[in-house]
Design a protein around this ligand. Sequence first.
Ligand code: SAH
Ligand code: SF4
Length: 342
Amino acid sequence: MIDILSLTLGELEGILLSKGYEKYRARQIFAFLYKQKVDDFSLITVLKKDAREQLSREFFIYPLKVKSISIGNDGAKKYLFELLDGSLIESVLIPMDNGKFTICVSTQVGCMMGCKFCATGRMGFKRNLTASEIVGQVRYILKDNSLRIANVVYMGMGEPLDNYNNVIKSMLIMMEEAGLDISKRRMTLSTCGITPTLERLKKDLPYINLALSLHSAVPEKRSIIMPINKKYPLEDILNVLKDFPVPRRKRITFEYVMIKGLNDTREDIKALARIMSNLKSKLNLIPLNKHDLIGTKFEPTPVSDIEKFAQQLRDKGIFVTIRKSKGSDISAACGMLATKAS
Ligand code: SAH
Ligand code: SF4
């Protein structure tokens, strides 16, 4: 049985042709799967009954099961999904101030990067998600909330560039205008910086929005909180970013979780200014979310100090924003997506 939500339009066309269908049927099926969001081939009414039956013998529509939905005070809605093998993943629907919505998707069950402050990192790695399990999160949440469109951020559980092929494929599927029709400009990939796949991304999907989990501009400190920095040093990542094609009027985002006494000192301001001054970038300061899995080793920088830190950087000409972390009251803020049950 073929997992139909893991196919690009081109792939579906090829398979249908080889089975004796007309090519244009693929577009019709895509519209039913992604615009109407049907979960059963019998509902694809543009096809004759025997064609629908044949489809359901050869393909399946991946059934994402919702275990629970929690809604935070600020409106962020966290979905706990159960996959076919029983693994649990989470996604979040975040209402934006401008009335639009953002969906934060997971790309792996767990994560093997082991960042010290991250709940997902503390739970370890189980497996990569398939393209259909990634696309399915967006399809499900759009349908559940009667939304036609949303921004999609790859900031849930997992490291997207450690599941490169499936992540790229999920983007191509979501970009298909016969289906969800979500443009690249609406998608943001967040990574801890896996240099070889970051290099590939430049060629495969230029002009996508990019966020780098920086967290320290001082290499020794970055290696302490993000062990992956020893394998893929910041210096090499920055080299790849130098000519990364970003969408018009957009900048590469550096995400920076503020940890008291660790990455909020004068040395850090200097190091940030040095690496950012010659890159079209912006710094997004994120108050550290505390979580059981992180323990008491790391404390958040007080809000007033975050503001001072931001101001000192602005004085040096750096573009800085401070993230109001949505959903922290229900553990739905990105970076807090870890389920003890899995
Ligand atoms: N693996 C990717 C994407 C998922 S993490 C990456 O690291 O970029 C999404 C964001 O949440 C990252 O910037 C991550 O550093 C941040 N994050 C992780 N733990 C956090 C915490 N405890 N508090 C606040 N943000 C956190
Ligand atoms: Fe993985 Fe990102 Fe968490 Fe690091 S911050 S452990 S890369 S999910």
